[in-house]
Design a protein. Structure first.
Length: 135
């Protein structure tokens, strides 16, 4: 009763996303999702979305991971573009993170990305408990 009331009166949030680049169908469902959340700089929404979409579709993700891009279209934190990377394991995530520092293609991507964002981007890591398909 008191516990139930605390759960009912707790503030809830809802978010709605529009998929821009679908997670690839030819890659197995990930166990972990790394979501890189970007807030575009003023007037740079379409440029940032284009850059992230090109990167997601570039084929430079050959280590068995899938990449998707979505935009947040409903929530308190609007004007957000999410770059989602799927990993089969945490060791794959660690390996990819370590190899990024020596990757010239990723360095070039970052050089283009930095002026398109407002402040730092941040990253969330989620474990997929129930597989889903977006297609």
């Amino acid at each position: 009763s008191e516990r139930l009331m605390r759960l009912i009166t707790r503030s809830n949030t809802s978010e709605l996303y529009q998929e821009v680049v679908a997670y690839p169908a030819n890659v197995p469902q990930p166990r972990y999702l790394q979501r890189v959340i970007h807030h575009p700089a003023l007037g740079m929404d379409s440029e940032l979305q284009r850059l992230l979409s090109e990167w997601a579709q570039s084929g430079l993700h050959t280590d068995g991971v899938g990449v998707g891009v979505s935009t947040r279209i409903m929530s308190g934190d609007h004007n957000t573009i999410i770059h989602e990377i799927g990993f089969p394991s945490l060791s794959t995530l660690d390996h990819r993170s370590e190899s990024r520092s020596a990757d010239p293609a990723f360095a070039a991507f970052n050089k283009k990305r930095i002026p398109l964002v407002s402040g730092p981007w941040y990253t969330e890591l989620e474990e997929v408990l129930v597989p889903y398909h977006s297609h």
